[in-house]
Design a protein around this ligand. Structure first.
Ligand SMILES: Nc1ncnc2c1ncn2[C@@H]1O[C@H](COP(=O)(O)OP(=O)(O)OP(=O)(O)O)[C@@H](O)[C@H]1O
Length: 345
């Protein structure tokens, strides 16, 4: 039995659909990220599940029970928003205990739970600290402890790390995943940041104009974006129209090898930057000049190259720093079949 079932859910403001007949399930213990650009309907979906946004059509089920007549506070879901609004006049412990006391937990039990949660989020001795003395990252952890305290059956996060700087976000997202995995918490998290979605979730749902464009594990989305929108949203740019026939495609760059099992026909062809290889001039038929190179770092000492080929649109390639040609030089380019994806036109 799925924990959450969104069944053909629609929300319309005026005549514009904010949620356009969306189907989604979430299993117990699963962490799902909703990823999409601004205005794609992410928050509307979250608010609908929480009961804060009525549906125009369709159903929300939790543990198979239709929630149409269940008010938000009886749905057993926890919410943590970007603007996490801690109570400034209560100390850390008072903030974390808030939901517990609301649910009628006795004081001693609430205090034990607060101590347990503050330990879990890495602030074991902070219960009596005033909110004003906390850094942004510490406030975020307190907000998380507060949302987790009543043990919601589903925890929903709306851009939970949106206001923090990049380094802190990357660290916190790993901590969040570790905490959720340890507790077995079921999570639905909204973000417009691909890195955050990939680092946090077991499964990512990409939204576009109120619809689900693609659902899959981070690896599946990265390996096989379903269409041009998803590919571009994930940052892929090497896209050209192509006609495939017999394991090869005719493209503006010339012939490109395509997956062996691809049916003949017309496609939009994507080459991931890692599949644009710098080759010996005699081994490749496409020459390109290097227009820029950007050091990305990481364990592979990776560099991104901007290439201007003799035919076809600009190309992006990645290589190791030690192998990277300097801007202004001419290289020969070959395409790696395994890094080519054929998308519908
Ligand atoms: N209360 C409202 N009244 C009218 N239109 C709304 C309302 N709430 C959302 N919308 C519209 O619905 C669409 C989806 O909005 P939503 O906030 O769900 O998008 P989002 O993906 O969460 O965007 P963001 O990342 O900017 O928060 C947008 O076009 C938005 O303008």
């Amino acid at each position: 039995m799925s924990l959450l079932t969104v069944d053909d859910a629609a929300v319309t403001f005026g005549d514009a659909p904010a949620l356009d007949h969306v189907d989604l399930t979430l299993e117990p213990g699963e962490i799902v990220s909703i990823l999409g650009p601004s205005g794609s309907g992410k928050s509307t979906l979250l608010r609908a599940v929480a009961g804060l946004q009525p549906l125009t059509a369709g159903r929300i089920l939790l543990d198979d029970a239709d929630q149409a007549s269940t008010p938000p506070h009886r749905r057993g879901v926890g919410l943590m928003f970007q603007d996490h609004a801690l109570f400034p006049t209560r100390d850390v412990g008072g903030n974390v205990a808030f939901g517990l006391r609301m649910h009628g937990a006795p004081r001693a039990a609430a205090e034990r739970r607060v101590a347990e949660l503050l330990g879990l989020v890495g602030l074991p001795d902070a219960a009596r600290r005033p909110i004003a003395t906390l850094s942004g990252g510490e406030q975020q952890r307190v907000a998380l402890a507060r949302a987790l305290a009543p043990s919601p059956r589903l925890l929903m996060l709306d851009e939970p790390l949106g206001q923090l700087d990049r380094g802190l976000r990357e660290r916190l997202v790993q901590e969040l995943r570790a905490v959720f995995t340890r507790l077995g918490t079921s999570v639905l998290a909204v973000t417009h940041d691909q890195g955050e979605a990939f680092a946090l979730a077991d499964r990512v749902v990409v939204m576009h104009d109120g619809r689900i464009a693609q659902t899959g594990t981070p690896q599946e989305l990265w390996r096989r974006p379903a269409d041009e929108f998803v590919a571009r949203f994930l940052g892929f740019g090497n896209l050209v129209p192509a006609t495939a026939s017999g394991g090869e495609a005719e493209t503006p760059w010339g012939p490109v090898p395509v997956p062996k099992d691809a049916a003949d026909g017309r496609y939009l062809l994507l080459v991931r930057p890692g599949g644009v290889r710098l080759a010996a001039p005699e081994a490749a038929s496409l020459r390109a000049s290097v227009t820029a190179r950007t050091f990305r770092g990481g364990p592979a000492d990776s560099v991104t190259l901007a290439l201007d080929p003799e035919r076809g649109p600009a190309l992006e390639a990645t290589c190791r720093l030690g192998d990277a040609p300097v801007p202004g030089s001419t290289v020969a380019v070959a395409f790696d079949r395994d890094e080519v994806v054929l998308l519908p036109q």
